[in-house]
Structure formats: C-alpha cells, structure tokens
Design a binder for this molecule. Structure first.
Ligand SMILES: Nc1nc2c(c(=O)[nH]1)N[C@H]1C(S)=C(S)[C@@H](COP(=O)(O)OP(=O)(O)OC[C@H]3O[C@@H](n4cnc5c(N)ncnc54)[C@H](O)[C@@H]3O)O[C@H]1N2
Ligand code: MOO
Length: 399
C-alpha cells in the first residue's frame, strides 16, 4: 500500500527496510578504495617474503661477532633479486635497507654505529642485541593466513596492505551507479545567458558534488522537459542504466509535475510520497526490482537537505558501508518556534560547542547551506525550543 505523508522516522525506516545491498563484484585493487570488502582476504605469500634488513649497515652473526670482535666484510647485499650467499660467522656483509639478510646472519648493525678499516668492521653499538634490525620472514603476514576480514573498510592503507600481500583483485560491495534526472523547462546551463523565466540549473552540480563526496564518481545526468511522455521515456532509460535514480523537481502537485505519473507509467512501486518535514515535504521514494528511485523536490535547498537525510544513508545501504550523517546533541544558540506535526531541518553551524541556526532558511536558497556544517533537527511534536536547549544535529560530511 503506497504511503502518503509520513513522519521522518518512518521514511528512514522504510528506506532501510526496502533497500538491499548491491551484490559483490570482483574489481581491480586500484578501483577498491573507499569500498567495503566482500570476502576474507588471505595472504598468498609470507610478508616479508625473506628475512629483511631494516637499516643500511652490516649483516652479521651475533654469536660470531661476540666471539670474534672484529669482523671481515665479505661483500655487499643490495635490495633486489640476488643470489643467496651464506655468511660465515667471522664475517659481516655490507647491507642496505630492504635487502635480504644472508643465511647465517641474524642481526644488522646500523652503519652509524660502526667503523671500517681495511674491510675490518668494528661495532660501537652499546645496545646491539641478537635479531636487531632484521624484519623476520612472515612477521607481517604468513602465507595462507587471514589478513583482512570481510566487511572491512578499504582505506588507502588497507589497499596498500593488500597489494603488499601480492593480491591485485578483490571482491567488494560496489558503489551504485546513479542517474540524475533534471526536470523543468525553466532550467538553463550556468555560463549561458538567461531568457526571462529561466533560472540557472544548480541541482545537478550540487548532487554530483555530494555523490563525489560519498565516493560515487560515475554519475549520469539526463534532462527532461515537462511532459509526461518525455519524462516517462527518460526515467525508463535511467532505470536501464542505473541502480539508483535521483529526480529533481516535478514531484509536487502542479499541472506540470509528472514524476509520480512517470513513475507509475514505468511500473515503479511507490514506497512513500510526502514526509512531514520542512523543507522537502513532497519527496518520493519508490523501487522497481533492485532499482531505487528518489523524486527530490526541485528547490535547491530541499534537494540537498533530502539528499543528506535520505539519499546519503541509502547509498550506505547499497554499498554496505552504512555511511550516514553523524548525529549528536548540541545546545542551540537562539530560541526557535515552529508549527507542530512537522520535523524541521535548519541549516546550522556547529562551532564544537553550540549550534547556530543560519539566516536564509527558505528552500529556494543555498546561501546559508553553503556555509552550513550541519542540519539542525527540530522534532515533529515540539513547537518551542529555548536558547541553550539540547537539539539533535546531523553533521554534514566534509571532504
Ligand atoms: N500547491 C502546492 N504547491 C507546492 C507545494 C504544495 O504542497 N502545494 N509544495 C511546495 C514545496 S514545499 C516544494 S519543495 C515544491 C516542490 O516542487 P517540485 O518538486 O514539483 O519542483 P518544481 O516545481 O519543479 O521546482 C521547484 C523550484 O525549484 C527550481 N528548480 C527545479 N529544478 C532545478 C534545478 N535543477 N536547478 C535549480 N533550480 C531548480 C524550480 O525552478 C522551482 O523554482 O513545490 C511547492 N509547491
Ligand atoms: O519543502 Mo519545500 O522544499 O519547503 O520548498
């Protein structure tokens, strides 16, 4: 049964219940950063693959040095492929950081703590102990060992770690592919002259930037004039191409608002239309199979507010990262009044101590949103908020 005019909490619950994560996908390691690992990763080799020097200096056999004192330098071990020549206990070998420690050697002394005279090495390191400056084979990871667990976040260091295990492909939960559909005959591209009645198209720029911030770079942008036939066809093509479709505008009750009808014509199942909130009351959410559709209200402030409150967590479900805005409580710096029965999201600035409501809250404006770092949530049932009262704030993601 399609839902109309529901509370914010129910809309969020319906989104969470409706969306299922995208199926895992094998990708090259270079394409995996920022995603969630969809498999356990086992090391294919010992890391390091050999006993490795961590210093420029001399490799030696500790017991041999204790017995002999001075050692004869028998050669050089450089980092890179090289023949493995055993070291005799009375000898030392010049060695460099990253080079394989020769068989027979168990310790490396830093070159700063030595002196050399005619290939005779004298060690002045007071703190030398057996095994010093040698990274043992397999000390980071052993061949066949579990190195990273499924569902772990693939941060840049995690990507480096996996590359170091010798792995170049991974099973991940992929990012959804997204199509933005712009509706409105009044829209003009920034950079071109405006005719009377036109406004500059800004929603695709803001949404593309917000998607980029969420790690989504492949975004398709389509436009539709305000006719049911065109929007139905554009929506159909978006559904073929993408996991998630974001429409802006045309979701209200005007004669030229065709989103709801175009969704019906495409066999999209409505989950809800209209939330008890300001801004963004006429917001649509539907699904068709495993494709999801948000009809965001056209006003640029509503688009961004609805993106952060609903689309952003939806992305977190799709890619299994569960990203969402961080919710905290903060005292509000000025008293607020609002109508009952409606959650209000105000553009706010949180200074680490208090949250300040910004000017220019109307949904056609972005000037205050441009300076905001949070949304202030004024609860549905409350009408008055005192100065200093704790309110819930949702911190916006920062780059
Ligand atoms: N009789 C009623 N009228 C309206 C209601 C209502 O309940 N009853 N709700 C109002 C609210 S609240 C909103 S929000 C808007 C939502 O309308 P739509 O989603 O149909 O959006 P449009 O009418 O197409 O556009 C609204 C506004 O946004 C501008 N716009 C649209 N797309 C872009 C874009 N890509 N870049 C920049 N600006 C854009 C558009 O020019 C309009 O000014 O409905 C109210 N009306
Ligand atoms: O919700 Mo509308 O977004 O108030 O202008």
């Amino acid at each position: 049964m399609p839902k109309e005019f529901i509370p914010v909490s129910e809309a969020k619950k319906l989104i969470a219940e409706t969306i299922i994560p995208l199926p895992p996908l094998k990708v090259f390691l270079n394409d995996a950063a920022g995603l969630i690992l969809a498999e356990d990763v086992f090391s294919v080799t010992d890391v390091p693959p050999f006993n490795q020097s961590s210093m420029d200096g001399y490799a030696l056999n500790f017991d041999g040095w204790q017995k002999n004192g001075e050692l004869f330098i028998d050669g050089v071990a450089q980092a890179g492929p090289a023949e493995s020549i055993p070291l005799k206990t009375q000898n030392a070998r010049r060695i460099f950081t990253g080079a394989a420690v020769p068989p027979g050697a168990d310790t490396v002394v830093m070159q700063e703590k030595t002196s050399v005279n005619n290939d005779e090495l004298t060690i002045s390191d007071q703190n030398i102990i057996k095994g010093l400056n040698v990274r043992l084979k397999g000390s980071e990871a052993k061949a066949g060992e579990l190195a990273l667990e499924k569902n772990c976040f693939l941060s840049p260091p995690a990507i480096g770690f996996i590359a170091g295990l010798g792995i170049h492909e991974l099973l991940v939960f992929p990012q959804p592919s997204v199509t933005i559909i712009l509706t409105g005959n009044e829209l003009q591209q920034p950079g071109l002259a405006l005719e009377h009645g036109q406004v500059y198209e800004s929603n695709s720029f803001a949404l593309k930037a917000a998607l980029k911030q969420a790690g989504i770079f492949k975004v398709n942008i389509l436009s539709s004039e305000d006719t049911l036939e065109t929007l139905t066809a554009v929506l159909n093509s978006a559904l073929q191409q993408s996991d998630l479709v974001l429409l802006t505008g045309g979701v209200s009750v005007g004669d030229y608002d065709f989103v709801i009808r175009a969704a019906q014509a495409n066999g999209i199942e409505q989950v809800f239309h209209k939330i008890k909130q300001k801004p963004g009351k006429p917001i649509y959410f539907g699904k068709k199979g495993k494709k999801y559709i948000f009809g965001l209200p056209g006003n640029p402030g509503s688009v961004m507010s609805c993106f952060y409150e609903y689309v952003y967590p939806a992305l977190g479900i799709l890619n299994n990262s569960n990203i969402d805005l961080k919710h905290i409580q903060a005292p509000i710096s000025s008293a607020q009044k609002k109508a009952p029965g409606l959650t209000q999201f105000l553009k706010g600035y949180y200074d680490g101590n208090m949250v300040h409501d910004l000017k220019a809250q109307e949904s056609f404006r972005l000037s205050s949103f441009a300076k905001a770092n949070c949304l202030i949530k004024l609860d549905e049932d409350q009408t008055e908020f005192n100065e200093g009262q704790l309110v819930e704030i949702h911190l916006l993601p920062s780059f």
